[in-house]
Design a binder for this molecule. Structure first.
Ligand SMILES: Nc1ncnc2c1ncn2[C@@H]1O[C@H](COP(=O)(O)OP(=O)(O)OP(=O)(O)O)[C@@H](O)[C@H]1O
Ligand SMILES: Nc1ncnc2c1ncn2[C@@H]1O[C@H](COP(=O)(O)OP(=O)(O)OP(=O)(O)O)[C@@H](O)[C@H]1O
Ligand SMILES: [Mg+2]
Ligand SMILES: [Mg+2]
Lengths: 168, 152, 152, 168
């Protein structure tokens, strides 16, 4: 699986629909303080199933929906889609025949979240299972939030065990 | 699962022993089972020795040394069990120029096989990128992407 | 002590309201008593509004915005009750170039009355210094000072 | 009071006697990762009376004594002296007539610490009282450790109250 595209609308400071096309190699995300870079990292963890507000720098899950600014009023919905290309063969079980896997999460002000894989509604559990043991889950070793790089070194022995088990 | 765990543990430990000295230009690093007898439940400790220094508890490593040790470990795990991508948010912030260059060289090498997404303020790291996305908030409070030209 | 506290609170609040918009080029900041009735015991909350943005809980500020808000508050307290010196260890690390320049300009201005000791990796901040101490570990594991020349 | 000089010997990575002369304005401390910059910040907090190892990135207080390296064996003592010039009048009570105030802390492997002010032995309490309500105490608002700049913003209302009271 390779990361192909990320689409955000109404997620935190991304009021308008915004698309990121990813290619192989290194993609750098740059910009001034407060412009929305870490919000993109939050969007990726959220669509992969992150359910604890504190891991999303929020108090409640609705805080991920665009709350308004001088330029526009608050929105009622946030939606993120992460699309993977299934080119190099290690597709998750059950998805070998798909050329792409698009994961979508949508939430409304009432707190309900809807998930879908390739536009087919599914549960949070189904998304979590897609990335089981790959490190790319919402809290896997492959995503390091801002300021948290030192934490893996401060992990307790039982926590370090869980990290290594995920890679087994 | 006993075999799977011990195989992964051995492989990650071996890689950690290679990646760490490369980033630190010397020194040693290892993962150790806290309780050797109990492979299935034992916790795992990290042991590092910086070049020229005595082996000290991880807590007395400097800010940059901790970050570079963590990067060595994450990349070692990645080499054994790659995930579809690796997303790092300003992990180069505590590093001095020499360590940023060593980090970038390793990312450049690994990026032939794996996809990296790096949030950074460091110009040296920006130069490494194949694709550069700029984020701006020209309209108050609303994020948008812009194309970025890296000045030569 | 009731008068002393409320005088200090008012003065720090007033300074915070000046320093914050200067560093952020706009916006508002204030300290508020959580329980207005109980001056002697009430906790104190921080309220900020970034230019062009809605007032959001402090937790959703970005890494750089949090650092700059903290710097505004510390400097505001300092202006009301200066201590013999101010020692800051890499507080400029999360800031982008524009914010580093604004931070440096404020430090430069305050340094006419107060002493600042800044640990930094940022070349723009180094240029601000009146005296520069370089630390090196040429002999393995042993720190020594060296004189540093900033290349023009 | 103005900061005039800092002298370290045997404190963490400072094996040899090292002196820093401070003047008015801005002093920058620079150098590669791991060279000893934050150890200087720890030395200042330690001589001002810091007694909790965790605030000094240590497990036990003896960890502040040079533990040895490839270049030299471990030492048995650490000593730090911080000297203030008493030029602009706001000297601590009882010290108005001194031109300088030199605070010294020395510790040995057995964990005992000795304090002195202008070479006259004193207790930790005497040092803490010197800087009461100036923010320059070991945990005052005037010293910000590496990576901790965001913490003041995350302080609970009762913690923020204590910070403001210190300045009252
Ligand atoms: N629900 C929301 N609605 C609108 N704006 C939001 C929302 N949540 C967060 N924000 C805004 O996003 C900004 C933070 O963005 P982010 O943390 O991504 O910045 P950053 O680019 O990572 O900056 P830095 O370089 O300082 O780390 C905050 O200023 C906040 O106002
Ligand atoms: N008791 C001790 N004896 C000898 N060396 C020590 C002792 N305590 C800490 N050190 C050494 O000091 C080093 C850390 O120094 P310090 O944290 O000051 O670095 P720094 O210059 O702040 O680096 P960075 O830029 O990464 O923050 C460690 O590598 C450690 O080996
Ligand atoms: Mg950020
Ligand atoms: Mg440091």
């Amino acid at each position: 699986m390779k990361l192909k595209k990320l689409e955000l609308i109404g997620f935190k400071s991304f009021y308008d629909k915004t698309t990121f096309d990813f290619s192989a190699g290194v993609t750098a995300i740059v910009g001034p303080n407060g412009c929305g870079k870490s919000n993109i990292v939050d969007a990726v963890r959220w669509v992969l199933g992150e359910h604890a507000p504190s891991y999303l720098r929020s108090k409640v899950l609705e805080d991920v929906i665009f709350a308004g600014s001088d330029a526009a009023g608050p929105l009622g919905m946030a939606e993120v889609t992460l699309t993977f290309a299934n080119d190099n063969g290690n597709a998750p079980p059950g998805y070998e025949s798909y050329a792409e896997i698009a994961i979508t999460r949508r939430t409304f002000r009432d707190g309900e979240s809807e998930f879908s894989i390739n536009k087919v509604p599914c549960r949070l559990k189904d998304i979590a299972e897609l990335f089981l043991d790959t490190g790319a889950g919402a809290r896997g070793y492959a995503i390091v939030a801002q300021g948290k790089i030192g934490e893996i070194v401060e992990a307790r022995p039982d926590e370090m065990r869980m990290i290594i088990e995920e890679a087994a | 699962t006993r075999e799977r765990f011990s195989k992964a543990f051995e492989e990650i430990n071996a890689k950690f022993g290679e990646v760490f000295p490369r980033l630190f230009q010397g020194g040693r690093a290892a993962l150790r089972l806290v309780d050797e007898e109990n492979l299935l439940e034992s916790g795992i400790g990290i042991f590092v020795q910086l070049p020229g220094k005595k082996s000290l508890p991880l807590g007395s490593l400097s800010g940059g040394e901790k970050a570079l040790t963590a990067i060595s470990l994450i990349f070692s795990i990645f080499l054994v069990k790659p995930s579809p991508f690796c997303l790092l948010d300003e992990v180069d912030a505590p590093l001095d120029d020499a360590n940023v260059d060593r980090f970038n060289a390793l990312v450049r090498e690994m990026s032939h096989r794996y996809q990296y997404l790096l949030v950074t303020h460091n110009k040296r790291t920006m130069e490494l990128a194949d694709v550069l996305y700029g984020i701006t908030m020209e309209k108050h409070g609303i994020s948008r992407t812009v194309s970025v030209k890296l000045n030569a």
